[in-house]
Design a protein around this ligand. Structure first.
Ligand SMILES: Cc1cc2nc3c(=O)[nH]c(=O)nc-3n(C[C@H](O)[C@H](O)[C@H](O)COP(=O)(O)O)c2cc1C
Length: 418
């Protein structure tokens, strides 16, 4: 049987190890993680989710504090339509993050940025346009358009000087979504450079309903490959979701995929943005600890560990500071749920909100532990320490395990010194 290293991903003039580490917001797929993938000849992603917050944490800006100061008067108001992002600040934060990442890039691989279009930021088109343009200005190798794919996104940057040279990819979960996107963006005369096909076992938000378990990645990938063949379109197809071993990956490559996108195994890498105590929760999780629920205010089902501290937590909405999920009318589903609970329990000092979560706040604080379905297998990828905790891995080890392993084997890391 072949191994991943027997294949290469061709993207324009680049010839790459066909392993792409998927974008994981908020700053879970850090620059360090993405840069390791590029150094090893593959493809890494940073994420622009909550970019102003990430900029404050990493580059010492004060965007969040200053936005909150500006809109403090509105904190108790249910109507958030006035709470707008300053587009100049969004651009600056994006530029800082992309530039500081690209300045450190080594090796022959690529670093892309994951843009989730469901981050509607109270002005969906304007903010998305600024996010994409600023990333291109700052030298990102390419953009992967994710969650909530907006059919007109290519059109938003068609005047950008790098529109035809930067790599542009999309994430879809069905052949139908791909067809719609291609139809809508045909006008720009520009095809995506790659298509990530994300199946139902992925982490983060899912492109399926609560009937996700009825779908199967291999079937959807086969449909997409057939459609592209019928249409005589030569676009690399990159499956994602539940590809846990090098052999899983090689199987897809043998069946016509150009690369694989993986994420869950890297959540327990040293370079990943999750704090180590949260990484230990990922290691510990059993299959029963993982659920797909509907508490994300985006309206998309999301997979997470049931013990995530953010589930049920009834904090006051933080839209004046964050507000990444406010729609074009200044609404977020969490605000309505929170206000309903406050009205039902007027005496309570703190309410519990079970049906939705304040995703901005909890993702920022690493209190919603979103994960892939196969997170429960992470414990098989490392050693257990004498205190019961698990040894953290290096991104290089995980990457090379995907690249070189055969026979469904998982290579364990060198045991750390006691
Ligand atoms: C912790 C975590 C966070 C994620 N966040 C995002 C995200 O912000 N945007 C996105 O497009 N996909 C996100 N994903 C999906 C991954 O990029 C990837 O496509 C998928 O998880 C691959 O499947 P695997 O995790 O089984 O390897 C996330 C996945 C995980 C595990």
């Amino acid at each position: 049987m072949k191994r991943v290293d027997d294949f290469r991903l061709r993207l324009g003039k680049h010839e790459l190890v066909p392993i792409m580490i998927g974008g994981m917001g908020v700053d879970i797929s850090t620059s360090d993680l993405a840069l390791e993938a590029a150094r090893l000849g593959g493809v890494g992603h940073i994420s622009d989710a909550m970019i102003n917050t990430v900029s404050d944490r990493r580059y010492d800006t004060k965007h969040v504090k200053e936005k909150l100061a500006l809109y403090k008067y509105n904190v108790k108001n249910e109507d958030k339509s006035e709470v707008k992002f300053d587009l100049g600040r969004v651009a600056e934060a994006t530029r800082l993050h992309v530039e500081s990442t690209m300045n450190r890039k080594q090796g022959s691989g690529l670093v892309l940025i994951n843009c989730m279009e469901k981050l509607t930021m109270n002005a969906p088109k304007e903010t998305l346009k600024v996010r994409m343009s600023a990333a291109l200005d700052a030298g990102i190798d390419g953009i992967t358009l994710a969650a909530g794919l907006h059919l007109g996104s290519f059109g938003l940057i068609e005047d950008h000087p790098r529109f035809r040279d930067a790599k542009l990819g999309i994430i879809v979960s069905s052949v139908r979504a791909l067809q719609l996107f291609l139809k809508k963006s045909a006008r720009t005369n520009r095809m995506p450079d790659y298509v990530v096909v994300e199946g139902p076992l992925a982490g983060g938000h899912l492109g399926f309903g609560m009937d996700w378990a009825q779908y199967d990645l291999a079937t959807i990938v086969a449909e997409v490959l057939q459609y592209l063949k019928d249409e005589k379109l030569d676009i690399p197809v990159i499956p994602a979701g539940g590809i846990f071993t090098g052999s899983d990956a090689a199987g897809f490559l043998e069946n016509g995929a150009a690369a694989v996108q993986v994420a869950t195994r890297f959540t327990v890498a040293r370079e990943c943005g999750l704090p180590e105590d949260v990484q230990q929760e990922y290691f510990k999780a059993t299959e029963d600890d993982i659920e797909v629920n509907q508490i994300s205010p985006t309206g998309y089902p999301m997979r997470m560990i049931k013990g995530s501290p953010g589930i049920g937590d009834g904090i006051r909405p933080n839209c004046e500071a964050y507000g990444y999920l406010l729609d074009a009318n200044g609404k977020c589903a969490y605000i309505a749920s929170y206000n309903r609970e406050v009205a039902a329990h007027p005496e309570a000092r703190k309410v519990s909100v079970m049906d939705k979560t304040c995703l901005c706040t909890h993702m920022r604080n690493f209190d919603i532990w979103t994960c892939g379905q196969l997170t429960y297998r992470l414990k098989d990828t490392t050693h257990r320490r004498s205190d019961g905790s698990y040894q953290i891995l290096s991104a290089e080890h995980i990457f090379k395990d995907y690249q070189f392993s055969t026979d469904n084997k998982l290579a364990l890391p060198e045991p750390e010194a006691a």
